[in-house]
Write a protein that binds this ligand. Structure first.
Ligand SMILES: [Mg+2]
Length: 288
């Protein structure tokens, strides 16, 4: 009697051992299972089934009919999951900076400076210098303080083609707005309000107020500040600005039309260097 009970329990356990794995594979498509293990398991159950039938061991035969059925189901689930992943469009995870990449802050900053000090400075006057570094030293602090006011960020305009290109990118890829807001902590609410109002197609889960963008786990970072690429593990694309013209270490995009050609158009019509960059980006971005 005892032997029969033990044998019966053993048969039940080994027969249905794959059931929890089937439930899990239905969720993840069998991503963690190897075909090698599944093939050997199937061969084993078929051999035991043959043994059970040949020797008249009914319990062994029944147990392995069940096990063979379950491992076959697992193989089918894994094959379907692999096919679905292969057919799914590859999406890049793209982080995009805000100031001087999406929004144009210099004209407003320059206007405030000119109003405050009775000057008539133009963007051309600055050359490759930032406004804070161009002005006389005794005005630098006041000039910097102008963008610390929370209202500064409330009504900034887009750079040309920024909004429509980011929207198109967000429809094709996974786009995050990553702004080093820690540089200007008073800007949090104004920047958030601007993003919600001007770019409602970016969900709040994809807005990142951060410090060092090297912490971001993204395939691409588009930013006008090269310092953020130093520890960034994806592909940095330096968004052209007068203050970064001397930076030669990173691939440069001169405007949003070029970003569109690089990341949205299948065959960039120009800039062979960026065509190569695109290949690198897409190859390293194979996330399923
Ligand atoms: Mg910036």
């Amino acid at each position: 009697m005892f032997v029969t009970v033990v044998g019966g329990l053993a048969t039940l356990c080994s027969s249905f051992a794959l059931l929890p794995q089937i439930l899990r594979a239905r969720r993840d498509g069998g991503r963690g299972l190897s075909y090698g293990m599944l093939g050997l398991y199937l061969a084993g159950t078929l051999l035991w089934l043959t043994y059970g039938l040949d020797t008249g061991a009914t319990a062994v035969a029944v147990a392995n009919v069940i096990a063979t059925t379950l491992v076959s189901i697992l193989i089918v689930i894994k094959a379907m999951g692999t096919k679905a992943r292969a057919e799914a469009p590859r999406k890049l995870r793209i982080a995009i900076d805000m100031d001087e990449t999406i929004v144009d802050i210099l004209p407003k900053h320059l206007r405030l400076y000119n109003e405050a000090f009775g000057e008539n400075l133009t963007i051309a006057d600055l050359g490759q210098k930032e406004l804070e570094h161009f002005v006389p030293k005794d005005r630098a602090e006041a000039t910097e303080r102008m963008i610390l006011d929370r209202s500064f960020f409330r009504d900034l305009p887009f750079l040309p083609e920024a909004r429509e290109t980011v929207k198109a990118l967000a429809e094709r890829h996974e786009v995050f707005i990553a702004t080093a807001a820690m540089d200007v902590p008073t800007s949090f609410d104004a920047k958030y309000a601007w993003l919600r109002e001007q770019m409602p197609f970016i969900p709040t889960s994809h807005i990142i107020f951060c410090g060092d963008k090297g912490a971001l786990d993204m395939d691409v970072l588009i930013d006008d500040r090269a310092r953020h690429f130093a520890r960034f593990r994806g592909k940095g694309l330096l968004f052209d600005a007068p203050h970064n013209r001397d930076e030669k270490r990173y691939a440069r995009v001169k405007d949003w039309a070029e970003v569109r050609r690089l990341l949205l158009d299948p065959e960039p019509a120009e800039a062979p260097g960026f065509l190569q960059t695109k290949t690198v980006v897409l190859e390293t971005a194979a996330r399923q």
